[in-house]
Write a protein of this length. Structure first.
Length: 342
């Protein structure tokens, strides 16, 4: 970091997550002396307005990282594979939002409230987990610290924004077409998403699970340091523009009455419990858009199994699920003086 502030590159700065990365750096008041927005050749010539001035978008190339302290990558796994090593070689620490390095044993996979200490072992690259995994592990870690956890079953209700700007655009267009009685055309999603729900995120694997579902299992295990934790996910795309919602069932090591579970989850950093069935209080996607926190409601002990708990967890996938988690890691790096590759 230069004396006057942090020099930050954002690979994928023109995308749905990249734009939120810029906004979150500003929101957090991080002192940035240089912002270097990087994207494809298509975006060269655009300007990104932030920190009181316009920054020209440059093409993402291997020589785009000279003098950079922290490089936030959010341009897809292939770009992370092709350009993150060059950023590290130029002296930057990479915080990678793609899935490319997440399960690499040498790369920490970090949700700061859960395993910030893993950052200490970085060798230049730190991975940001999958959006649906990040919001789930916050309440899971709270329960794990209180009584221990034995098994997780989750069904997700994931928004169109999880597929980036193209996903948002397609949901708007296909919804308008449906309302106008016109043909429904889909490209980003496997089927038209308007007024429907698709149990299909990523690609189907030989296991019968989708790649998104497998990510939720493997990434949860790595973040929580529970290598054999059984995690079974069903990931569903729903016609919500932004914000992911999840129904989670967790088998605990000890019984935990509902009121105690609420208190344990509410005390965990980054979580807001919004849970009052008597007054119809529970979080929705609309409530969480633009918020950094993760919201939990519908917390209840299973009606027959005292060691089983159910809850509903909602967060802005573009913020805690992506940009905010990455900026949190950047804040941790700067606060601990670890923003240099070792
Ligand atoms: N959306 C989410 O909720 C979410 C959550 C967690 C992680 N992620 C990950 O974050 C990454 C970005 O997602 P997104 O939702 O922001 O997608 P997006 O809206 O489609 O944005 C993609 C970004 O990548 C850039 N890009 C694409 N191809 C490129 C190339 N060949 N060279 C240089 N830049 C290129 C795009 O630049 P142009 O504008 O020039 O095309 C754009 O800035 C992905 O790896 C995704 O898996 C997304």
């Amino acid at each position: 970091m230069s004396g006057a502030g942090l020099r930050v590159a954002i690979a994928g700065a023109t995308g749905a997550v990249g734009r939120e990365m810029v906004a979150t750096l500003e929101l957090r008041g991080i002192e940035v002396s240089e912002l270097r927005p990087l994207a494809s050749a298509r975006s060269v010539g655009q300007l990104v307005h932030a920190f009181g001035r316009d920054w020209p978008v440059r093409e993402l190339t291997t020589d785009a990282f000279d003098g950079i302290d922290i490089a936030l990558f959010s341009a897809g796994g292939d770009r992370s594979r092709d350009f993150a090593p060059a950023a590290v070689a130029a002296g930057a620490v990479v915080i990678d939002n793609s899935s490319f390095y997440r399960l690499d044993a040498e790369v920490p996979l970090v949700v700061p409230e859960v395993n910030a200490e893993a950052i200490h072992g970085h060798r230049g690259i730190i991975a940001n987990p999958n959006c649906s995994t990040i919001q789930m592990v916050l309440p899971l870690e709270a329960l794990r610290r209180a009584v221990g956890i034995e098994r997780v079953v989750v069904s997700t209700y994931q928004s169109a924004a999880g597929a980036g700007q193209a996903g948002i655009d397609e949901l708007l267009v296909v919804t308008a077409a449906a309302l106008a009685g016109q043909p429904l055309v889909n490209k980003t999603f496997a089927r038209p998403l308007a007024f429907d729900a698709l149990p299909h995120i990523g690609t189907f694997q030989p296991s019968g699970y989708s790649s998104e579902e497998e990510k939720m299992c493997h990434e949860t295990r790595k973040i929580m340091g529970l290598a054999t934790l059984p995690v079974s996910a069903t990931c569903v795309r729903v016609p919500v523009l932004r914000g992911h919602l999840e129904s989670v069932t967790v088998d605990l090591c000890e019984p935990l009455p509902t009121e105690q579970a609420r208190a344990v989850i509410a005390a965990f950093p980054g979580i807001v419990v919004d849970d009052d069935p008597a007054s119809n209080r529970y979080p929705t996607a609309r409530d969480c858009v633009g918020r950094l926190e993760t919201f939990v409601g519908r917390i209840r002990q299973d009606n027959t199994l005292p060691r089983t708990l159910h809850f509903w967890v909602v967060s802005d996938n573009l913020l805690k699920g992506a940009a905010w988690n990455a900026v949190q890691i950047a804040e941790y790096l700067t606060q601990t003086g670890r923003h240099h590759a070792s």
